[in-house]
Design a protein around this ligand. Structure first.
Ligand SMILES: *[C@@H]1O[C@H](CO)[C@@H](O)[C@H](O)[C@H]1NC(C)=O
Ligand SMILES: *[C@@H]1O[C@H](CO)[C@@H](O)[C@H](O)[C@H]1NC(C)=O
Ligand SMILES: *[C@@H]1O[C@H](CO)[C@@H](O)[C@H](O)[C@H]1NC(C)=O
Length: 231
């Protein structure tokens, strides 16, 4: 249960951060970490599916990476009509659409790239790259979010070494409703060095998906399915 404590540690940062959100709650999740190495690259395509029932602010889905500096690298797919969701990609919110953006929770401040609307049948490909020779002083992770093969949002943050990867269903403020089943396709997490214990850190809460590795360095899951959850 190392990883559960790890993920909760990262999530606690969300809760206690200087973010104007109250009453943060989490649903189902698929999570890995912490590793004794660090993540040099991670990629997944999030298919958020049907937007949640109820439109009270606010609901977010995200794949995230917690770092050794207590930061959180988390591209977000937002399902609310408030804040970023109100005006997504420069256009007013359309019912049934999600809003995606590259993002990071950095010392309690939510940093974000451009926002872009996606429909319930579209996927948001999220790529985090730290493949440069790692420099402890720089520690930059570059995030790229693509929709239909086109880059729609990017963000580079000095977040430190990513040591865990996990998905989240996050409800904030007054949100009450149902988050429908959704999936993460072709998820890949690459470590800097093999970690024979990384696979054993996997925790699935209301989630399915088979983690595969040949070398304990590159880990893949064809399809992670996150079950419906009621908040
Ligand atoms: C990852 O980042 C490196 C260094 O910035 C860059 O050269 C490389 O093209 C990137 N790879 C991908 C797949 O984005
Ligand atoms: C996932 O990988 C398979 C096999 O390489 C490919 O056919 C499919 O298009 C990929 N899907 C996404 C969403 O990346
Ligand atoms: C990967 O780790 C597992 C679990 O510790 C171990 O059984 C396996 O031999 C390792 N594989 C490689 C290629 O090192």
């Amino acid at each position: 249960m190392v990883n559960h404590a790890f993920l909760l540690g990262a999530l606690a940062a969300t809760v206690t951060g200087v973010v104007a959100q109250d009453n943060v709650r989490f649903g189902n999740a698929f999570s890995l970490g912490a590793t004794t190495s660090y993540i040099i690259e991670a990629e997944t395509t999030l298919y958020p599916g049907k937007t949640q029932s109820g439109d009270t602010p606010r609901l977010a889905l995200w794949p995230g990476m917690g770092t050794d500096q207590g930061q959180l690298i988390q591209a977000i797919v937002l399902g609310s009509t408030d804040a970023q969701g109100q005006n997504c990609g420069g256009k007013p919110h359309v019912s049934g659409q999600w809003c995606v953006f590259a993002s990071a929770l950095q010392s309690g401040t939510q940093l974000q790239g451009a926002t872009f609307p996606i429909n319930s049948n579209q996927g948001a490909k999220i790529h985090c790259n730290n493949t440069d020779k790692y420099d402890q002083a720089t520690g930059i992770t570059a995030q790229t979010v693509s929709v239909d093969g086109k880059v729609v949002s990017t963000l580079s943050t000095k977040s430190g070494k990513a040591i865990g990867f996990g998905t989240a269903e996050e409800a904030q403020d007054q949100f009450k409703g149902v988050v429908y089943e959704h999936s993460y396709v072709n998820t890949t997490v690459v470590l800097a060095a093999a970690d024979p214990h990384f696979a054993a850190t996997l925790v699935k809460n209301g989630a399915t998906g088979s983690l595969v590795t040949k070398d304990n360095k590159t880990f893949k899951v064809d399809k992670i399915t996150i079950a419906q959850h009621s908040f």
